[in-house]
Ligand binder design. Structure first.
Ligand SMILES: C[S@@+](CC[C@H](N)C(=O)[O-])C[C@H]1O[C@@H](n2cnc3c(N)ncnc32)[C@H](O)[C@@H]1O
Length: 437
């Protein structure tokens, strides 16, 4: 990358364009694609942040962008990379605080430097200028489903009903809040960090700010964790000295909660690289856990007092944070992952002491990875019963408890009166007990 590219932000835009194309082609997480691209190029931290912001907002509003572009083109181009370049340009015009001319000129320049698209500069210029002129009309389009692929729309309507499903889709269009879990004294930390103490005990930050510069970061007093993601470890009720296994542990938000409660934790993850991150995170927090890089299905260990299984899943509950999930996952992924979740649940059952507790959770909105998985587990394991969760255990959020006593949080759940700052990641949590015999 040359210096003038960096000065004009061309490098950021080129990487954002490449990231969108590669993520969709390889069906990989956007974060992983961006990491690869950032490793290969040397962009400043500011330009990396711009590339990330452009790529994320392009995915968050991909349906709206596609609709706006297609309805303004007589004959939409067949070249997918050209459509992605238009989408990346239009995303900046419509949803980012970027001068229109910077978005248009950079898209034209990127096309001119591309061997296959060098002829398309005039076309791109005309289309993006029209998007800028018709911004108000495009933004007035209020169909909440525009930014959700049809297969997910159908699933969510079938599972949650029209109204709730539409509110989920709507919530996915907004940036999520940033929540922190503190080691202790959440009320005092909420004040110190100028945040809001949520009824569940997490702190919601009011300002979007550089996390590492906040008080308490260096000293390891808190970590970033969505308020819903903090519920499973709390519901396991870890006690000092208990032996607890966290079977899919990295990067370690839940391991940290268990260790902070004084439990002796075995943190298991099949990815050694992700476990390395867990170790770094625990080191900052001055917490300890034994770690083992192994497929949890193959774990051999003496029985535990309690087990947390935060199973790999489609992650459709995190679409606010990772909007690429909506466009890269498929029904087939859900089918395969639910098989893995059942096997991991069976393994967890075999590793518990009589009388032991098991919490199963996923950050998915899909029934196969949530309630249906819990029912099937109980049917396969008559030695286990469900320990229903009560509203007082989750800060009185009765709406987040299913008739069976499991937890089901949604991106549209209101945890604060301020609608703009409300919402939770979509988590499912079920708690079971091995009946002592
Ligand atoms: C949802 S993430 C866990 C997040 C973590 N519990 C936290 O709170 O930070 C799922 C993790 O499961 C791991 N994983 C996937 N399949 C696994 C398996 N068969 N055995 C162990 N870990 C697995 C992945 O590497 C990933 O780190």
């Amino acid at each position: 990358m040359n210096q003038s590219d960096e000065q004009t932000g061309l490098g950021s835009r080129r990487l954002a364009w490449m990231a969108v194309t590669e993520t969709l082609k390889r069906r990989m997480p956007l974060d992983d694609v961006l990491d690869e691209l950032f490793r290969a190029e040397s962009l400043s931290a500011r330009d990396e942040a711009l590339a990330r912001a452009i790529a994320i907002v392009t995915f968050r509003r991909l349906g709206t962008l596609g609709h706006a572009l297609r309805s303004r083109l007589n004959k939409p181009p067949k070249d997918e990379r050209l459509m992605h370049l238009l989408a990346v340009g239009a995303a900046q015009i419509l949803f980012l605080d970027v001068p229109d001319h910077a978005a248009v000129d950079s898209a034209v320049e990127l096309a001119q430097g591309d061997p296959k698209l060098h002829h398309a500069g005039g076309f791109i210029n005309a289309v993006l200028r029209r998007v800028a002129r018709e911004r108000d009309a495009i933004l007035a389009e209020s169909d909440p489903w525009l930014d959700t692929p049809t297969w997910l729309e159908e699933r969510w309507i079938a599972q949650y009903g029209e109204d709730l499903a539409a509110r989920i889709a709507e919530a996915h269009r907004s940036l999520p809040s940033i929540d922190l879990t503190v080691k202790g004294d959440p009320a005092a930390w909420a004040e110190r960090l100028h945040g809001t103490l949520l009824p569940t005990g997490s702190i919601r930050l009011v300002e979007r700010t550089a996390i590492r510069e906040l008080p308490g970061f260096e000293e390891g007093q808190w970590w970033v964790q969505d308020a819903a993601a903090a519920l499973p470890a709390r519901l396991l009720g870890p006690k000092p000295g208990e032996r607890i296994a966290d079977l899919c542990a990295a990067p370690g938000g839940k391991t940290a909660q268990l260790a902070a409660a004084g439990a002796q934790v075995l943190a298991v993850d099949r990815s050694a690289k992700r476990l390395q991150r867990l170790q770094e995170n625990l080191a900052r927090l001055n917490l300890t856990a034994e770690t083992r890089a192994i497929d949890a299905e193959k774990l051999d260990a003496p029985p535990f007092d309690a087990i947390l299984l935060d199973a790999p899943c489609s992650a459709t509950g995190t679409i606010r944070r990772h909007p690429d999930v909506a466009w890269t996952k498929s029904e087939e992924d859900i089918r395969k992952l639910s098989g893995l979740q059942s096997r991991l649940l069976d393994k967890a059952a075999s590793l518990l002491k009589p009388g032991g507790r098991l919490v199963y959770c996923t950050c998915s909105l899909e029934a196969e990875e949530g309630g249906r998985q819990a029912e099937a587990f109980l049917a396969r394991h008559p030695a286990f019963t469900r320990l229903p969760v009560t509203p007082d255990e989750i800060g009185g959020l009765a709406d987040c408890i299913t008739p069976q006593g499991d937890v089901r949080t949604l991106p549209c759940h209101e945890v604060l009166a301020d609608h703009e700052r409300s919402g939770l990641d979509g988590f499912f949590v079920a708690r079971f007990m091995h009946n002592a015999s």
